[in-house]
Design a protein around this ligand. Sequence first.
Ligand code: AMP
Length: 411
Amino acid sequence: MSFPKLGLSPAILEGVKAMGYVEPTPIQLRVIPLILAGQDVIGSAQTGTGKTAAFALPILSQLGQHSKSSRVLVLEPTRELAAQVETAIRDLARFTSLRVAVIYGGVGYGRQEDALRQGVDVLVATPGRLLDHLQQGNCRLDQIKYLVLDEADRMLDMGFLPDVRRIVEKCPRDRHTSLFSATIPPEIDSLIKWAMRRPQTVEIGVRRSPAETVKHVIYPVAEDQKSDLLRELLERVNYDSVIVFCRTKNRADRIGHLLRKSNHAVAILHSNRTQREREQALRGFRDGRYELLVATDIAARGLDIANVSHVINFDVPQHPEDYVHRIGRTGRAEATGDAFTLMVAEDARHVQAIERFIGRRVERVKLENFNYKYTAIFDDDKPGRPPAHERRMRGVRLSGGYYFGPARRRR
Ligand code: AMP
């Protein structure tokens, strides 16, 4: 099935062509006809599957030309995502007279007020700032025909659901609603029941598995050798661009500075940085000015950064879903990528949880000729050995009948 057969308007088909899209992705094939038929849609798909175009194309197609009132509202959890989705929509709508605006916090109101005053057809917004504009009477939602709740589980994580509900209440009941979410926890389920009408669910691929094209491995290592191993990996691996994920903002700063000292061009992205710094980091990384982006998980979800050749988890993510999201940064749009995870003994539980979540074991490897120090984690692969974190538990009888007390611990 090709784009012209999907029933999109000629101007939108022009936009698709200009973007260089040849064939619809699986989620586009399923979602576009549903939205064109007026159905509410719940979409769950891996990141990088083309979900933005999946909702944007049929909605834009049905809008026709510019009119003064806002008819589409897309809610996003973060400023970065809002900016990215606005750019994608603007690109796809470039052969129409439709106007698109993005509304998010952390920047001045002036430009956003100007854009709203001129009248926009499509609003892409984060919830807090949109509520501010609504309260100040800068915009109205009473003509909204299409509402999109993107990355709904992320909005839940960030505590935005009450704001989302207040915003949905200001939209007309007679509207079309789509919701995209990687997982459907109970709170999202009740939002769906409240905000949507007989929605159709579209699930693409197995929700839990990381992108198929990504090759991923784990490097067990002692805690105090992590930065050395990271630097050595970056020396030896042939990469184009790498995202290095850290657990905390402090660690991201520390690792970022360390890598700069080793003469890498490094951008740092986390939520303590100003909006300008975050934009500059992302832009520089996309342009290729920085080869490395050191980030916390705010960069992991949904951000469209093309051609990331490697993801390195300097820290094992605490939530298995974040592993899948981080790894999803590589292998976008069917390209291949590698994902390395540095693992210390304390991570064993989290790694097990990740492996259960994705339904398979991730291969453990060692970097050749790296001067490894011994760590208990290296014993984990011996047949019959319980993992390091269990071996360290004193006086605990394990399921196999073994008793590992302090006397058996290796020193
Ligand atoms: P998304 O999942 O919406 O973040 O999209 C991921 C990437 O895939 C973006 O860079 C899109 O421009 C790209 N993309 C979306 N649809 C297609 C398509 N049909 N063919 C090729 N690339 C696409």
